[in-house]
Design a protein around this ligand. Structure first.
Ligand code: SF4
Length: 321
């Protein structure tokens, strides 16, 4: 199937001066098929959010290409590019507390994209906003209220309505549940799964919680210190992780599912993710890896296809394979 989104060698560095460079995202390639959800996991500082924002032009690209429906997107977005792509690609932000303008009503927030990017009149915008509030479990009575009057889960629903009212084809969900109570997380994930089915959405779902990612995603991608280190069908990566980092990440997942077939690895994740400043050659996980070998510190492992019993391609960047 022709991918909806093709990312090749995407790199995002931030120059700090004094010859210091933050390697936030390094040479990441990934293709996402229409109606596919790819879950992107990794610790804080792994580059997940920067990858998502660079995809959508919220950061300029340092190198690499992003093609949407075969069309190469610019390395640096101007206002005209945002106008052009706003309807096709949207982002649902991490923090429902800071991403909604406190001085705007819910009706204004959800309808803002339609007002800026369409020729719809105010009555029609109000009708669409009401329809979307209902779709995400709110109602017309909320139109004239302000964000501070809502709970975290309700604010995230407002953020979802604001993004999806534009009928985008591709959505980046950047940690959409991490600021929410555990009891509300499942509701928001279920809402996204339902909207994915009803709208035929294609999504990059960035999250910490591997159980949620497995539940909502077709494939799971794992990032570590700016690099993609494992990619495969979500269930296979979750139940049979191959890269030592993924094994630790699964082992330290905060919400084990006792009814699952998953065998928790004996090792939980240890140590801190290293600084992304001036990253050296060699495996980026070498200082935390229990299976490190001499060659790991000298040679950067390339991503390669590895044998897997399940259906679908499995790629891993590790000298063990
Ligand atoms: Fe561990 Fe070496 Fe594999 Fe890196 S390449 S994950 S250090 S075994």
């Amino acid at each position: 199937m022709t991918p909806l989104l093709e990312v090749e060698g995407l790199t995002k560095h931030f120059e700090l001066g004094r010859n210091e460079t933050v390697h936030a995202v390094d040479d990441v390639s990934l293709a996402i098929a229409p109606r596919e959800i790819v879950g992107l996991v990794g610790e804080s500082g792994s580059g997940k959010s920067t990858f998502g924002k660079t995809l959508l032009g919220l950061h300029d690209k340092t190198a690499g290409t992003v093609r949407f429906k075969g069309e190469e997107l610019p390395a640096r977005y101007g206002a005209a590019h945002f106008r052009r792509y706003a309807r096709a690609m949207q982002m649902i932000f991490q923090d429902p507390y800071s991403s909604l303008n406190p001085r705007m009503t819910v009706g204004e927030i959800v309808g803002e994209g339609l007002k800026l990017h369409t020729r719809l009149g105010s009555a029609e915008i109000r009708e669409r906003v009401t329809e979307w509030l209902t779709r995400v479990g709110l109602n017309a009575g909320h139109l004239s209220r302000y964000p501070h009057e809502f709970s975290g889960g309700q604010r995230q629903r407002i953020g979802i309505a604001r993004a999806l009212i534009m009928a985008p084809e591709f959505v980046v969900c950047d940690e959409p549940i991490s600021a929410l109570d555990v009891s509300v997380q499942a509701q928001v994930v279920n809402l996204l799964a339902e909207l994915k089915e009803s709208m035929g959405l294609t999504m990059l779902f960035i999250a910490h919680d591997l159980s949620m990612v497995r539940y909502v995603s077709d494939r799971m991608a794992v990032m570590y210190l700016g690099s993609l280190i494992e990619l495969g069908p979500a269930n296979r990566v979750f139940f049979h992780p191959k890269h030592p980092y993924t094994q630790m990440l699964v082992g330290s997942n905060p919400e084990p599912d006792p009814a699952s077939e998953r065998h928790r690895p004996a090792t939980a994740i240890r140590g801190e993710i290293p600084s992304p400043v001036n990253v050296q050659p060699g495996c980026r996980f070498a200082n935390r890896c229990p299976q490190v070998m001499d060659m790991c510190r000298a040679e950067t492992p390339a991503l390669k296809a590895v044998a897997d019993e399940g259906a679908g391609e499995r790629i891993v960047a590790c000298h063990l394979y």
